[in-house]
Design a protein around this ligand. Structure first.
Ligand SMILES: [Zn+2]
Length: 278
């Protein structure tokens, strides 16, 4: 990152200060784990303002608020380095049933997020989760045998019990991506204000590579409050985006990747079989 970019990033970070309540509530509400009490508690601490570098960066998240302590003490944190691993003993079946959604985008100061209309699902071994939103990281948060990709897509799903399943897709530099173009062409001007573009539809299935093989592990949110028991599903295949598309994201958001975390007692498993809906 250049010095200018760093300064811009800092300025942007300070600009976020006024939005901290909103960001905290959004993150907590979105996590499906934290209740109102926890959100209020986090709000008591003005230090709950977090960033991707400097004094409020990933190495300090756990100290910024009691609500974020799991970022430091958790043993099942994300992201992790993806390595070749044992194939699952039992078949793991994925059934993706995504429908197009009217475009709703928010720049929450940490990423560009597309909020998805109800009715799109993924079933993992018969357990069904709704797609609620997807968003992006630069560079990738997960690494593959030690190497990162320019970007990573996270499709966040939630089931009726509030349990989260995230599908992670690596994004490499290559051809322009039409679905990403639709999103980038409609980026909001303001931070933390959702922009609705009802005339434009987005279909998340166009952002999926071939779901031939996925790496599975139990991890966490990669942003504070770093809540655990998130089912992670990282697709082995990747999608392409152009250099201009990567640069566009970088100019708006900057770097937003938490470093990889230790696996500890966890094991990655590679799925044996996947099924996509017709
Ligand atoms: Zn993410």
């Amino acid at each position: 990152m250049t010095e200018t970019a760093k300064n811009r990033f800092r300025l942007k970070s300070f600009g976020l200060h006024g939005f901290i309540l909103l960001v905290t509530l959004t993150v907590l509400a979105g996590s499906g784990f934290a209740g109102d009490k926890e959100a209020e508690h986090a709000n008591d601490h003005h230090t709950a303002h977090w960033t991707y570098e400097g004094d409020n960066g990933p190495g300090h998240w756990g100290e910024l608020s009691p609500a974020f302590v799991i970022c430091k003490t958790g043993r099942h944190q994300s992201p992790v380095d993806i390595k070749e691993s044992k194939k699952a003993d039992k078949e793991i079946a994925y059934k993706v049933d995504y429908k197009a959604s009217p475009l709703k985008i928010i720049n929450n100061g940490h990423t560009i997020q597309v909020n998805y209309a109800p009715g799109s699902t993924i079933a993992i071994n018969g357990k069904t989760y709704q797609l609620i939103q997807f968003h992006f990281h630069h560079p990738s948060e997960h690494t593959f045998t030690g190497k990162d990709y320019p970007m990573e897509l996270h499709l966040v799903h939630k089931n009726d019990k509030g349990e989260l399943a995230v599908v992670g897709v690596f994004m490499s530099e290559g051809k322009e991506n039409a679905a990403i173009k639709t999103i980038w062409d409609n980026l909001p001007d303001k931070v933390n204000v959702e922009k609705s573009v009802p005339s434009v539809n987005i279909d998340a299935s166009e952002l999926l590579p071939e779901m031939d093989s996925l790496f599975i592990y139990s991890g966490s949110l990669t942003t504070p409050p770093c809540s655990e028991d998130v089912s992670w599903n990282i697709v082995r295949s990747h999608i392409e985006v152009s250099k201009a598309q990567i640069d566009k994201f970088t100019s708006v958001v900057g770097k937003n990747a938490r470093p990889v975390q230790p696996l500890n007692d966890r094991q990655l498993q590679e799925s044996k079989k996947t099924v996509t809906a017709p």
